[in-house]
Structure formats: C-alpha cells, structure tokens
Design a binder for this molecule. Structure first.
Ligand SMILES: Cc1cc2nc3c(=O)[nH]c(=O)nc-3n(C[C@H](O)[C@H](O)[C@H](O)COP(=O)(O)OP(=O)(O)OC[C@H]3O[C@@H](n4cnc5c(N)ncnc54)[C@H](O)[C@@H]3O)c2cc1C
Length: 490
C-alpha cells in the first residue's frame, strides 16, 4: 500500500534511513521507505559489518598462527578465502534478517498509528513533495509525502584513470568476490578503509600488501605518533608502504596489475601485483535523485547542503553519507533520528560532533573520541596532553599485547576532557566511558575519582588524567626518559 500522502518518505534503508523510519514510527507516523538495493546499506553489506566480521576473523587467525604464546597448532592452520567470505555472509545475513523481520512486522499500524512500508526500487524527485519510484520489477509508481529524509548513502570514488573491472582491480564493493587470497595486492589510498583491508589481508598472511599514498604518511588526519605506530606495525607484518608517492598509471596486463609510481625521491618504479584495491574515498549517492526538481542544493562534493540535517528545502532532510561530512554508521543513525525529531518539532538536543567516537580496525586497533592534537592545533584550541604507553598497563601486559599507547587531551584552564585516543588491543571497548564523560563536560578530576576495574585498559586513561594532574602512580621522571610517559601542551 503506497497510496495517499505519507507523513514521511525515507530514501534509502541504510543505517541513516532505517533509524529515521523507526523514530518516525515511534511518533505514530505513516512512513514509506524506498530502497533500491539491500536493506541495511553499507552499514551491513560490503561495508561496516561485513568488513568488521572479516577483521575479527583475520585477527583470530593471526593470534592462532602466533608461536609465542605457549601453544601451537600442530601442522599449522589452513585458511581459505571462500570459507572466510562464507562466514562474513553468514554474519551479514543474520543482521539483515533482523532488520527485514522488523520491517515486515511494522506494516500493520501500531497502537499510535505508526506504520512503516518498504518499497523496493529507485526513487527520484519529480516535484518537492513527489518522488517517482522505478520498482525493481520495472513498474513505475508515484509517492507523495509531507516530509522526506534523504539517506541514500555514498559509493566508492573511482578516478577516471584507474580501470576498475570488479575482478582484478576492485573497490571495497567487490573485494568479497575474490576466488582465493591473492598472492599480492596494491591498495591505492591509505585512508581508513584502505588501511583496514591492509590489516585484514596482512593478518591472514597469504597476501603481500603494498599501499600507495600521496602523503608522507598513512592516516593523514590522525596524529603523527598514531599514524607512525600503525605504519611500523604494518611494516613489521611485511606491508610495503609507498609513502609520498604519486601513482602514475595502473593497468591490467596479462591478467595482473602493473602500476607505476613516482616515489618520494622522485624516481619512477614499475611494480607488478595480482590484484588492486582502489580506496580513495567515497562520494555521496545524490547524482540521480532529481534534487533540482525539489530545490535541494548540493555542495561541491555532491553532498546535500544541510543545517542541522535540514536541506535547503525545509521539508526535506538528509542524514548519513548523503551529506558526506562524516561517514560513520553511528553518525548516520544519529542524524536520521535527529532529522525526524526536528521535522516533528521535538526540539532534539543538537548532535555533538566534537564528541564523536570512532574505531579504526587496524593492527593495532585505534579508537578515538573528541579532539586529537592535529585538530586541536588546526582549530587553535589550547590543550594539555598526557600519553601512557601500553607497556605500563597491567591488562596489556597480561594480554601479551603491549604495543600502542593511550593519549588524553584536556583543557589547560578548566581540566575539561577534550579528547582521547587509544591505540592497541581492545581499544574500542576503552573509549565509551570517556565519550560519555566528554558529553557531560567532565574533567580530569572526574576520571581520577572514578573507580576503574582492575586489570583494565581504562586504568591507562586514569593514569593519563593523574599525570596531567601531577599525581600519577608511574612517574614521568622515571619512564618519560624511555618515552613510556609523556606530558605536554600545545
Ligand atoms: C568497507 C567499509 C567499511 C566501513 N566500516 C565502518 C565502521 O567500521 N564503522 C562505521 O561507523 N562506519 C563504517 N563504514 C561507513 C558506513 O558504512 C557508512 O557511513 C554508513 O553505512 C552510512 O549510512 P547511510 O544510511 O548514510 O548510507 P548507506 O549505508 O550507504 O545506505 C544508503 C542506502 O540507500 C540506497 N539508495 C541509494 N540511492 C537510492 C535511490 N535513489 N532510491 C532508493 N534507494 C537508494 C542504497 O541502496 C543503500 O542501501 C564503512 C564503510 C565501508 C564502505
């Protein structure tokens, strides 16, 4: 049933669109969701969940393959790419079936009249309140709604000069289609997605990985010490990083990849590998939405121009990657929910983008919340910084995983916590508490006062706070000389 005027029409059923639909359902609204591909979007498929499943499997494999832990698999361990991908697909379908099941049960009105209907097809605006949907069976349908949420996500950016064929030269959309682990693969682009796949393939130990980046270092938006920690871990796993290198050409020759770079010394190198992964960013999927018919403006990067999720046409909102300022599942969901609350005048609390938390699934894992030193300097925010090496933290010693460090930033005038970076095993589970404290405008004293469990990596966060307060258990005078503790300002 897609007739009548809907309260809300959501374009895209990825994390942003799905969350928006569910929030509108809470409010007793009649909601239609149009999805052209798979429910869950890149939050699940060829994206966050699928890649994180593969990351976990690769980590488990790497740990099982270690020989320094008092145990060893007799005869070594086998791994096959198709079997790994089978596990990835099981995870994806488990999650998708939950989303599908919920959608199916919301097609009958709830007590407050809320209803959510899914239409499978591709939508484009034909007027500010109407979209035409080309259903997946080829039929056309018109949907009229009072409000819209654009949550159409993004797609990989592919430079014209790189011949992506989906088989030998792929993007993250096609990487699961390899028949076997390639013997070697070049990754073009050393941002988060490129570095995450470098980690996974290096963990499995079957593929020689090369990474090309135009910058002198990987992860250029992160602090230098963090990027260097990851880079040296990559190099210790045999990953070749072409730093400050320009990709001149990349082509398929005799079924393999030949690429030419100009390296940091200005010399030209020609290198042959079996496969290439192109990972040079993503662009908003907005080009075929007919947005001109609705008066919605786009910025230079094709992202929907928004102010607090509202587009230049007041009844049309946008969430997630379609705006492309930050491409994360949690942000897409927050924005989708926020857009609906704003649409129905609930006056939601503004999203605190400065207190966002994120994880980079690398080796070592990097988790972040709030400011880093790079951003603080860029925005001229004065800060104090305390760094504790994981080698000093009992839990890391017990895990036999002592690489990495914890870095806490605070305000020099108020001691308010500004940001945290955790680099090392289990980093992701360490930042949540601080994300909450930043949201509450908490201070170093609050972190010091809190009772942390033992042994826990968060004790390292507490030690950073104590160091900044001049009362740490482990002393900078002793361990600072070895670079295990650092206290500074910027
Ligand atoms: C490899 C990879 C790994 C990632 N890892 C993480 C991670 O670990 N953590 C994290 O937070 N984020 C991660 N992300 C980012 C995250 O997946 C995205 O930020 C998030 O999915 C964006 O949600 P969205 O709802 O805006 O868009 P999407 O998830 O892209 O969903 C948009 C949906 O809209 C549909 N659509 C598009 N156009 C139309 C149309 N015209 N009509 C109808 N439907 C349409 C699409 O089919 C799609 O299903 C990763 C992304 C990738 C690619």
């Amino acid at each position: 049933m897609t007739s009548g005027v809907w309260d809300v029409c959501v374009l895209g059923a990825g994390p942003g669109g799905y969350a928006a639909a569910m929030r509108a359902h809470d409010l007793g609204k009649r909601v239609v969701v149009v999805e052209r591909g798979q429910v869950g979007g890149a939050g699940i498929h060829a994206g966050a969940l699928s890649s994180k499943t593969m990351w976990h499997l690769s980590n488990d494999y790497a740990v099982a393959a270690r020989s320094d832990r008092g145990y060893r698999m007799p005869g070594g361990i086998e791994v096959s790419y198709p079997k790994v991908i089978e596990s990835v697909r099981t995870a994806v379908s488990e999650r998708r079936s939950l989303l599908d099941r919920q959608l199916a049960s919301l097609t009958t009105p709830s007590q407050n009249g809320g209803i959510v209907t899914l239409v499978r097809g591709t939508a484009r605006f034909i007027s500010p309140h109407e979209v035409e949907v080309k259903r997946n069976d080829g039929t056309l349908e018109k949907i009229t709604a009072k409000n819209f949420v654009l949550a159409t996500g993004s797609r990989p950016r592919v430079p014209d000069t790189i011949p992506v064929d989906g088989e030998i030269v792929v993007t993250s959309d096609q990487i699961e289609s390899f028949k076997e682990f390639p013997e070697s693969m070049v990754i073009v682009g050393a941002g988060v997605i490129g570095c995450e796949y470098a980690t996974m393939f290096a963990n499995f130990g079957k593929t020689k990985i090369h990474i090309i980046d135009r910058q002198p270092r990987i992860l250029p938006f992160e602090d230098e010490d963090i990027a260097e920690e990851v880079a040296s871990s990559f190099e210790s796993m045999g990953v070749v990083i072409h730093r400050a290198s320009k990709l001149e050409t990349l082509k398929v020759k005799d079924g393999k990849v030949e690429y030419v770079i100009t390296n940091a010394e200005g010399k030209t190198e020609t290198i042959h590998v079996e496969r290439a992964l192109v990972s040079v960013g993503r662009i908003p999927a907005t080009s075929d939405l007919g947005l001109e018919a609705a008066g919605v403006k786009l910025d230079k990067s094709s992202g929907v121009v928004v102010e607090h999720t509202r587009s230049t046409t007041p009844h049309i909102y946008a969430a997630g990657d379609a705006t492309m300022d930050i491409a994360l599942v949690n942000v897409a969901e927050l924005e989708g929910r926020y857009a609906v609350e704003k649409m129905f005048d609930l006056e939601p609390r503004p999203i605190r983008y400065e207190a966002l938390s994120a994880i980079m699934f690398l080796k070592p894992e990097v988790a972040s919340v709030g400011l880093n030193e790079t951003k603080a300097k860029e925005n001229k925010v004065p800060y104090r910084v305390g760094v504790v090496a994981n080698r000093l933290i009992c839990r890391n010693i017990a895990m036999r995983e002592t690489s990495g460090f914890i870095k806490l930033l605070s305000s020099p005038t108020t001691n308010k916590i500004l940001g945290l970076r955790v680099v090392g095993s289990e980093a992701s589970s360490t930042i949540q508490g601080i994300a909450f404290l930043i949201d509450q405008d908490a201070t170093l004293e609050d972190v010091d006062h809190c009772v942390h469990p033992h042994p826990a990596i968060t004790e390292g966060v507490q030690e950073c706070a104590r160091m900044l307060l001049g009362r740490s258990v482990m002393k900078v005078d002793v361990f600072g000389r070895e670079g295990l503790l650092r206290c500074g300002e910027g």
